[in-house]
Design a protein around this ligand. Structure first.
Ligand SMILES: *Cc1c(COP(=O)(O)O)cnc(C)c1O
Length: 407
């Protein structure tokens, strides 16, 4: 019989979100009348904005005409979109040849893992977005699970004590470092000084950074860096991954991009950009042309303004939630709330409690779904993540219930 990829056997128990969904479903089955509100999964809820939706609609109708039809495009993406991303998001920092359009950031993170050898050591922020470690496990790069995590993975605790910026001294030389800012799940945004420490460390230790900037458009504090390439030297040590999912509501439409600088090199002196081009042209066949038409519209003045307004809406939700979780009942229970104003996630700590216990109590006592922090890594224990993706009326109703919660 055909052998199973041994990486799958190494994966630890159920992926976080299916377990959240299972518990929610079980509760709903036992309580059919309960009106559950989800502030759990990081999925967008607000409709596509008019200019962006119209561009996709027009493009799709055009495909139904002889003049407007097109088949495969360049696997690296629409040239105009690549140039526009370079110009708008990386002014003076990146060239169009360094930008690759994709079907989303998670897909790019998975594909990026094919670039590196099976024994490349990995370092991740703890807590972190699950695909960094789980993807590495599937391709066999994370090593065996020694009970406290994978032996090929160094976990870098990010917590209130270190202001959510990790101690890098534990990272092995020549590692891949996955780094996400604004962070999912903690919502923390690294400062320029922080990212300079990260880049300087990578350059001095032969490391490469996979920088996930999926939430960059939530940054409202102008002093905070929106891309790793704002830091001198980053083009020699970092790949950046990004997506239209969160800013433009493209979670279902699917369009993202990666930046792989021309000066980024492997140990043997060969170009990472050249191999990435090979991955994208061999294992990928281009993002949807309809999605790319929407992305291009998102880069126009009108599109950028529309994206900003939707993000403002989610940030206002976050402010509403913050007020609720800073209420007297939460204060009396010793709860600590972390929200920077630059992210859709609130990171809420219940000292001495387990994340899943708080999750279950919120589900059963408030009918509110959150995400247990421990699902993102050991340092997430005692935290829950509350997402600001939701309709305002649902957020307000959830907050009313939280205000009345006897903790
Ligand atoms: C939502 C999210 C993404 C986006 O993934 P897509 O595949 O583009 O939808 C990437 N990274 C993080 C940390 C995210 O939370």
């Amino acid at each position: 019989m055909v052998k199973r990829n041994s990486g799958f056997a190494n994966l630890t128990a159920g992926y976080l979100f299916p377990e959240v969904a299972r518990r929610r479903k079980e509760y709903q089955a036992q309580n059919p009348a309960a009106k559950i509100i989800s502030l759990g999964i990081g999925n967008t809820t607000e409709p596509l904005t008019p200019h962006i939706a119209k561009a996709m609609s027009d493009y799709a109708l055009g495909l139904g005409t002889a003049a407007g039809y097109s088949g495969y495009g360049d696997e690296q993406g629409n040239a105009e979109l690549r140039a526009k991303i370079a110009q708008v998001f990386y002014p003076g920092m990146c060239d169009a040849s360094e930008v690759f359009i994709s079907d989303g950031a998670k897909c790019d993170i998975a594909r990026v893992q094919t670039l590196f050898g099976a024994h490349t050591p990995i370092a991740v922020q703890d807590p972190s977005y699950p695909v960094y470690v789980d993807g590495s496990v599937i391709i066999g790069a994370a090593g065996a699970n020694n009970g406290s995590g994978y032996d090929g993975v160094v976990y870098l605790p990010c917590n209130p004590a270190n202001n959510f910026f990790p101690d890098l001294s534990k990272v092995k030389p020549n590692s891949l470092i996955y780094f996400c800012s604004p962070n999912n799940p903690t919502g923390a945004v690294s400062t320029k000084d922080d990212l300079k420490k990260l880049v300087d460390f990578a350059l001095a230790n032969g490391c490469m950074i996979i920088f996930d900037a999926a939430y960059r458009e939530f940054i409202r504090d102008p002093s905070l860096p929106k891309t790793i390439y704002e830091i001198p030297g980053a083009k020699k040590c970092a790949i950046e991954i990004n997506s239209y999912s969160k800013p433009a509501g493209f979670t279902g439409v699917r369009c993202g991009w990666s930046v792989v600088p021309n000066e980024l090199l492997f140990e043997d002196g060969t170009s990472v950009n050249r191999d990435w081009n090979r991955v994208m042209t061999t294992l990928f066949n281009g993002a949807s042309n309809i999605a790319q038409a929407g992305a291009l519209a998102a880069m126009s003045e009108q599109g950028l303004a529309e994206m900003k307004s939707v993000i403002d809406y989610y940030l206002e939700n976050a402010r509403v939630i913050k007020k609720a979780v800073e209420g007297d009942n939460f204060k009396a229970a010793g709860v600590n709330v972390f929200w920077t104003g630059n992210s859709p996630y609130l990171w809420v700590q219940f000292p001495g409690k387990e994340s899943w216990e708080i999750f279950d109590r919120l589900l059963k006592e408030c009918q509110v779904v959150t995400t247990p922090g421990s699902g993102f890594g050991p340092a997430g224990e005692s935290f829950i993540r509350i997402s600001a993706f939701g309709h305002r009326s649902d957020v307000e109703e959830a907050c009313n219930r939280l205000a009345g919660w006897k903790i």
